[in-house]
Design a protein around this ligand. Structure first.
Ligand code: ATP
Length: 145
């Protein structure tokens, strides 16, 4: 089924805006009228996982959600200005039950990103993270059209 991805992201943004801590500025850049073949509830879960992490690992600063379409790919990014992830840990964060030492002091199971990766792969997409430790992290998701 075709998911109205742009309106789904708008809807999720409104929800997250309401629970955003006052120390975090949340903004979006969502291109209109983008559709994707897939499962809307799973894509919503994917967004929840990434935005929930962004809030959890950012004490204060900015979180941005973007959606854009190129010729043949749809790209979603979630960027935060939080604690970041070290180069050593970056390849491990999508593993089941992996949690960094700093993250261990917080709640969580270490399953979120493994689930996110499964959802992306079920839609033939790919997910990866770029990060600067102490500065912030971006999760990139690309779906083929
Ligand atoms: P949960 O399963 O409840 O989400 P979790 O956040 O520990 O728990 P994942 O979502 O799988 O589990 O994330 C794995 C690890 O990746 C986290 O423990 C944390 O170390 C790191 N991580 C994930 N997102 C971020 C982020 N936005 N900034 C910094 N580190 C992150």
């Amino acid at each position: 089924e075709f998911i109205p991805l742009s309106s789904l992201l708008e809807k999720v943004s409104v929800k997250f805006q309401r629970i955003m801590p006052p120390t975090i500025q949340f903004s979006t850049d969502i291109q209109e009228n983008i559709q994707l073949l897939g499962d809307a509830s799973k894509i919503q879960e994917l967004l929840y996982i990434l935005l929930d992490n962004a809030i959890r690992y950012t004490n204060s600063g900015k979180i941005t959600l973007t959606l854009l379409k190129n010729q043949d790919i749809v790209k979603i990014t979630v960027t935060d200005s939080g604690m970041g992830i070290t180069d050593q840990e970056l390849p491990l964060v999508f593993e089941r039950f992996y949690r960094s030492d700093t993250a261990r002091q917080r709640n969580g199971t270490g399953l979120g990103l493994a689930i996110a990766k499964t959802i992306v792969e079920q839609h033939n997409g790919k997910i990866y993270a770029t990060s600067q430790f102490g500065k912030g992290t971006t999760f990139h998701i690309e779906f083929p059209l």
